[in-house]
Design a protein around this ligand. Structure first.
Ligand SMILES: *Cc1c(COP(=O)(O)O)cnc(C)c1O
Length: 324
């Protein structure tokens, strides 16, 4: 429980419960290493490749856990989410696996390929005008009219607990770590990483990494309250969040070592590194953690975990970015 808001905050026990629900369903994604990356940083780096997770990002973990945690009646009524990104596909796929109808509210100008993918995973897509309508109001209306459970992309205890399973697997596989870098949007992934690291590798410093243009959580931690910024202009589209969540902020404030930022140019350089050296397609947002590790300069002799959060990038966009 959070003292000031009275919200139910997840604990490591919730991460363990999520791991049991996800067992045999989510991929235990590989942990990769690279001699080049180690030589460059002087560290031993362990990359947890959530780009190879089902639906192409760690979001599957939180979405599946949150839907699985609903009681049978709520699950049968279904779930609504608003997202044009990885959370949409994660909810659609998880809902289909769990027999829950899903409705995703997406902007009319969302890329056709994303709308098609979301429908392909089994969701009903409701389109809205990004400039004239409020997606949260639409989500709330659908929730009230049809009795759907609203599952947000990060500000939800079961979503956070699900995301924590990525770090749980990482530490269980490679052992204690000195530091972890996690890609940071609204804070679900990083909050979950904090819960797992605190339990499994006490003393490990968990850093969230934001795009330089969208450093709302860094500012929020400095100010001691949630700071809201305009939609940031960055190629890290999975981290274009404008504010931390009511659940993620107190967790990050209490448990994260800090938040650092990287410029878009470093994300492009890191995409190139993953493609050339590790033969991996990683989306811009998924490069935040690795880019921060490469820039850190103080990792010599350390064991460092990097959560590579997603790999969903249109090939034409990937090619355009890496050939700049
Ligand atoms: C959603 C997302 C993030 C940010 O996660 P939060 O839980 O909102 O902090 C990072 N990377 C990718 C690929 C994502 O889809």
């Amino acid at each position: 429980m959070d003292q000031t808001t009275g919200l139910r905050l997840p604990t490591y026990a919730d991460v363990e419960a999520a791991a049991r629900r996800l067992d045999g369903i989510a991929h235990r994604t590989p942990v990769m290493t690279s001699r080049t990356a180690d030589a460059r940083t002087g560290a031993r780096l362990f990359f947890k490749m959530e780009s190879l997770q089902r639906t192409g990002a760690f979001k599957f973990r939180g979405a599946y856990n949150a839907i699985a945690a609903l009681d049978a009646d709520a699950r049968a009524r279904g779930v609504v989410a608003y997202s044009s990104g990885n959370h949409a596909q994660a909810i659609a796929c998880a809902g289909t696996l769990l027999g829950a109808p899903t409705v995703i509210v997406m902007p009319t100008d969302a890329p056709a390929i994303k709308v098609a993918a979301t429908r392909g995973y089994g969701a009903e897509v409701v389109l809205y005008d990004r400039f004239g309508e409020d997606r949260e109001a639409i989500g709330r209306r659908l929730s009230a009219e049809r009795g759907l459970a609203l599952i947000p992309p990060f500000d939800h205890p079961d979503v956070i607990a699900g995301q924590g399973t990525a770090t749980k697997e990482l530490i269980e596989e490679v052992g204690p770590l000195d530091r972890i870098y996690a890609c940071l949007g609204g804070g679900g992934l990083t909050s979950g990483a904090c819960l797992a690291a605190e339990a499994l590798s006490p003393g490990c410093a968990v850093w969230g990494v934001e795009p330089e243009a969208g450093d709302d959580i860094r500012r929020s931690l400095e100010a001691g309250r949630i700071v809201t910024i305009p939609v940031p202009q960055t190629i890290a589209d999975g981290a274009q969040t404008t504010a931390a969540g009511a659940h993620t902020f107190p967790l990050l404030r209490a448990k994260a070592a800090g938040v650092t930022t990287v410029p878009d140019a470093a994300l492009v350089e890191t995409m190139r590194f993953f493609a050339e050296r590790m033969k991996q397609v990683v989306e811009p947002t998924g490069c935040l953690g690795a880019a921060a590790a490469f820039a850190a300069g103080d990792l010599a002799g350390k064991r460092v975990g990097v959560i590579v959060s997603g790999g969903n990038v249109d090939l034409a966009r990937f090619a355009a970015l890496v050939s700049e």
